[in-house]
Design a binder for this molecule. Structure first.
Ligand SMILES: Cc1ncc(COP(=O)(O)O)c(C=O)c1O
Length: 504
């Protein structure tokens, strides 16, 4: 028995005639593709929809299963089926790199698995806050951040990252990008004209620094992290701070050597400057205990920066700083002047989320899930693309896949795009322009590394830029991850077959 049209919220399904399952699939696919069913919409349970349409429950379950496999829908165990946040598209035959705008498989770094956001636990925290927060908490929020959140963060960061933190030193902001904009303004007002940034990093961050009046000057990076000797010209260039990713250099993945941590902290002390420690993925270390924050070495010279963009989702736009006391008031004034305060309700929810232990649970869960993904990435590449070397994998959510001599990363990136895989080449992260000071050794020749990882700096022994892919293995939803890896491996295998000199 088949109904002509079934209305269920936004679903309008014509199920007359035969091939009911395939019609249901097509109708749902079309509804998602056209935007009639918005990302994040919850679908009716298969039992309910089946009853409503007068068809077998298995038919609905099979149709949902197929669309989950294709990436249009996402299934959350125990909580139902939803329209995916970034519905996939079938791979386009012969597509150009422009297909990357809506890739079938997205392996670009920078975004965690959005489908893994702990909606239930976040909702519980938000509900509790809404039910209990006094009216006074709903006014203009304290520009430093609500005391509830500053207290929860100070406690958490001291316990988990070894940060020297007290609620008075914590400044809540809208993520690292917001933080670096505010810090650039404050340092410029103090007389700085430049910021030393690692020679590999997000171009977006460099643009934000420049947009706030400071020249981003590249610091060389090698297997031991950023090189402090690269700061030799810092005084003349009026460098106000060095921005570092000590726990896991982005995107090369190396850890800053302990002696270099000390050297940078000493430089800041002597020069009256600062280190800005971007601890974007510090909680995600897999093979040993987390490397503690370097801020504890010199709390009066290091600004610690953390973000919810990796541990939860970027859509929250929540981040935090632990600042030297002498910077605090200037920073808060800059934040107030910028007019961009952070929602009080979101702050209270995060405070509740941390205080209840839900944040710790989420980190533990995500760390395990991402470590498994990393292991799968390494195993599949070893098996199917043995020519490449994977480095930077002891932590974080991205790996550096170094290509063999003779391969061009731009060609691999374009080939991947034609096959529906978005992945970035290392070149896009390289900072252009003059360095703070020329490196005294060519980048990549330092053999002292703190962990047993292959050399992972951005240049080869001959000084040539390393050809590599930066693979963000956290990004695809779980159901699409293995298929994304298989597609990447196929791209590498095809590239290998076309390289006359690659040993196979
Ligand atoms: C190196 C690095 N720093 C910081 C961030 C976080 O930036 P935001 O908090 O602005 O999302 C990211 C996220 O992609 C990152 O890769």
């Amino acid at each position: 028995m088949v109904k002509t049209w079934a209305n269920y919220g936004d679903l309008h399904l014509d199920l007359t005639g035969s091939k009911v399952r395939s019609k249901l699939e097509s109708a749902l696919r079309e509804a998602v593709q056209s935007g009639r069913l918005h990302p994040g919409t919850k679908l009716p349970p298969s039992r309910v929809l089946a009853t409503d349409l007068g068809i077998a429950r298995n038919t609905v379950a099979d149709a949902y299963g197929q669309l989950v496999a294709e990436g249009w829908l996402t299934a959350h165990a125990g909580s139902g089926t939803w329209v995916s946040q970034r519905p996939g598209r079938p791979p386009e035959v012969g597509a150009t790199p422009a297909a990357v705008t809506h890739p079938r498989f997205d392996l670009r770094a920078g975004v965690p698995d959005l489908a893994a956001f702990p909606r239930g636990a976040w909702q519980a925290a938000a509900r509790k806050v809404l039910g209990s927060a006094g009216h006074h908490l709903l006014g203009y929020p304290d520009p430093a951040g609500l005391p509830e959140l500053r207290m929860a963060l100070a406690d958490y960061l001291a316990r988990v990252r070894g940060v020297t933190a007290s609620p008075e030193r914590v400044v809540v902001c809208g993520g690292f990008t917001h933080a670096i904009a505010l810090l650039s303004q404050v340092l410029r007002a103090r007389g700085a004209r430049a910021l030393a940034v690692e020679a590999y990093g997000h171009d977006h961050h460099r643009r934000v620094v420049a947009g706030n009046g400071l020249r981003p000057l590249p610091l060389p990076v090698d297997d031991g992290g950023a090189r402090p000797d690269g700061l030799a010209g810092a005084r003349q260039a009026r460098v106000g701070a060095a921005v570092l990713t000590p726990a896991h250099q982005f995107p090369l993945g190396v850890t800053l050597l302990p002696e270099r941590r000390r050297a940078f902290a000493e430089w800041a002390g002597k020069a009256g400057g600062f280190v800005i420690e971007d601890d974007y993925d510090g909680e995600f270390r897999y093979d040993r205990q987390p490397v503690g924050a370097m801020q504890a070495l010199a709390p009066e010279h290091v600004v610690y920066a953390g973000t919810a963009s990796k541990s939860l989702v970027p859509g929250l736009q929540l981040g935090w700083l632990v600042v030297p006391v002498r910077l605090r008031d200037e920073l808060i004034a800059a934040k107030e002047a910028s007019g961009s305060l952070v929602s009080a309700l979101d702050q209270l929810t995060l405070a509740e989320f941390i205080g209840s232990g839900a944040y710790d649970r989420q980190i533990r869960h995500a760390r395990l899930a991402y470590r498994r993904r990393r292991d799968r990435l390494v195993a599949m590449l070893r098996q199917q693309a043995p020519e490449v070397a994977v480095t930077g994998i002891s932590a974080g959510l991205q790996a550096l896949v170094r290509l063999p001599a003779g391969w061009r990363e731009a060609e691999v990136v374009a080939s991947a795009a034609r096959r529906g895989v978005a992945v970035s080449g290392l070149a896009g992260y390289r900072a252009a322009g003059p360095a703070v000071a020329p490196a005294s050794h060519p980048v990549g020749n330092d053999q002292k590394h703190s962990e047993q990882e292959p050399a992972a700096a951005g240049h080869g022994r001959g000084g040539q830029p390393v050809q590599a892919l930066v693979v963000g293995y956290a990004r695809p939803p779980e159901h699409a991850f293995t298929a994304a890896l298989a597609r990447l491996c196929a791209v590498l295998a095809i590239t290998g077959h076309h390289q006359p000199d690659t040993p196979r």
